[in-house]
Design a protein around this ligand. Structure first.
Ligand SMILES: NC(=O)c1ccc[n+]([C@@H]2O[C@H](COP(=O)([O-])OP(=O)(O)OC[C@H]3O[C@@H](n4cnc5c(N)ncnc54)[C@H](OP(=O)(O)O)[C@@H]3O)[C@@H](O)[C@H]2O)c1
Length: 247
C-alpha cells in the first residue's frame, strides 16, 4: 500500500515494486494518474488497485486499505509517502496552509498507519515505512511548517517502532535529500546533491528490502545534516541563514 502514489517518489516506488512482481494498492487524490500506474502494472502481469482518497480522511484511508486487503490479500508493506511542501518566510506563513502541511504530512501518515498496523500485528508480520526528509533533523529557512511536519513524522514512526518491537512488524524511516519531482520543480534556490528520481527510488526500495530502521541519503548531505546537530544554536543559525534552499 503506497500513499501519494500518483506522482514523484510514490509513483516511482510503485513502478519499481511492480517490476519485482508485488501487488500494489495505490492511494492518492488524482484517480486518472493512479489508473495509468495500474495499467502499467497490469502490462507487467502485476495486480494493482487504485483508491482515490485524501489521506486527511481517516475513514476513506481505512476503506481503501480494507479494499486492498479484500482484493489483493494482506498488506505486507505500507509506504506513507503522501506529502506537500512549503516555501514561506515566517512572517508570511498562512495558518491554514501550515495546517494543511501538518494534516497531510503528519496526520495523513497517522491515518495510514491506523488503517494497517493492527492487522499487521495480528498476522505477526509487516513493515511500516515513512517517507520523511533530511528536513526532519533541524529547522531550515522558509520551511517552518515543512520541517515541523517531517520532524513530527519521524518521531511518530520512531515511537511506533518502539511500541511494535517483538510483534514482527518493523518500521523504516526514510530521510531523503533533494529529489527531482514536482515538489522541487521550479525552485531557483540551489539544492545540493539533487538526485534523479530513478536513483532515489532504487535507494529507498533497497533500504526497505534490507529492513533498515532508518535510512538518510545522499550520504554527503546526510553527513552534513548530522554534523549540524552537534552545533550550538548560534553557529547553526549563522550557517542555515547563508544556506537557504528556498528563494
Ligand atoms: N522531492 C524531494 O526532494 C523530497 C525530499 C524529501 C522528502 N520528500 C517527500 O517525499 C514525499 C513525496 O513527494 P514528491 O517529491 O514525490 O512530490 P509529489 O510528486 O508532489 O508527490 C506528492 C504525492 O502526495 C500525494 N498527496 C498530496 N496530498 C495528498 C492528500 N491530501 N491525500 C492523498 N495524497 C496526497 C500526491 O497525490 P495527489 O495530489 O494525487 O493526491 C502525490 O502523489 C513527500 O512526503 C515529500 O515530503 C520529497
Amino acid at each position: 500500500m503506497i500513499t501519494g502514489a500518483s506522482s514523484g517518489i510514490g509513483r516511482g516506488i510503485a513502478l519499481e515494486i511492480a517490476a519485482r512482481g508485488a501487488s500494489l494498492g495505490l492511494l492518492a487524490r488524482r484517480e486518472e494518474l493512479l489508473q495509468e500506474i495500474v495499467n502499467e502494472a497490469e502490462s507487467l502481469n502485476v495486480r494493482a488497485i487504485s483508491a482515490s482518497a485524501d489521506v486527511r480522511d481517516a475513514k476513506a484511508v481505512r476503506e481503501a486499505a480494507d479494499r486492498f486487503r479484500k482484493e489483493l490479500g494482506p498488506i505486507d508493506v505500507l509506504i506513507a509517502n503522501a506529502g506537500i511542501g512549503t516555501a514561506d518566510h515566517a512572517i508570511k506563513i498562512q495558518p491554514q496552509h501550515a495546517a494543511d502541511v501538518i494534516n497531510i504530512n503528519v496526520l495523513g501518515a497517522v491515518n495510514s498507519v491506523a488503517a494497517v498496523a493492527a492487522e499487521m500485528v495480528e498476522r505477526g508480520q509487516g513493515r511500516l515505512v515513512a517517507i520523511s526528509s533530511l528536513a526532519a533533523y533541524r529547522g531550515l529557512a522558509k520551511s517552518a511548517a515543512y520541517c515541523a511536519s517531517k520532524a513530527a513524522l519521524s518521531s511518530y514512526f520512531e515511537s511506533v517502532r518502539i511500541d511494535l518491537r517483538h510483534t514482527g512488524v518493523g518500521v523504516t524511516i526514510i530521510h531523503p535529500g533533494f529529489i527531482k519531482t514536482d515538489l522541487t520543480a521550479g525552485r531557483e534556490a540551489k539544492m545540493p546533491y539533487l538526485m534523479e528520481l530513478d536513483y532515489a527510488v532504487k535507494k529507498i526500495v533497497s533500504a526497505i528490502e534490507k529492513e533498515k530502521k532508518t535510512y538518510a541519503f545522499p550520504w554527503q548531505l546526510a553527513t552534513i545534516v548530522r554534523a549540524t546537530m552537534l552545533m550550538p544554536p548560534a553557529m547553526y543559525d549563522w550557517i542555515a541563514e547563508r544556506n537557504s534552499f528556498r528563494e
